[in-house]
Ligand binder design. Structure first.
Ligand SMILES: [Zn+2]
Length: 86
């Protein structure tokens, strides 16, 4: 955080990951969620990370890590294309 209390999107990148890993305290969770509400690009990153975690969790019982990686890569490409076009 900078002296005037303003935080840039870069400051939230790590915390978005920590949020999904439940490694933030309640104050930090609130701060990140406020930013996600206000910032579409950061919400997209949050959504991508959450999607990857869901795919990985769902695929734990599948014995196809290469196929999983391909699925994640395709999903990320779709999202980056959408972000680029919008
Ligand atoms: Zn942001």
């Amino acid at each position: 955080m900078t002296a005037d209390g303003h935080e840039s999107c870069a400051d939230f990148l790590d915390r978005i990951v920590y949020l999904l890993d439940n490694e933030l305290d309640a104050t930090e969770v609130a701060n990140v969620k406020i930013h996600l509400d206000e910032c579409a690009p950061c919400f997209e990153r949050y959504d991508v990370q959450r999607t990857i975690k869901m795919i990985v969790a769902r695929s734990c019982t599948e014995a196809a890590p290469d196929a999983l990686r391909d699925k994640v890569r395709v999903r990320l490409q779709q999202i980056s294309v959408q972000m680029h076009e919008s």
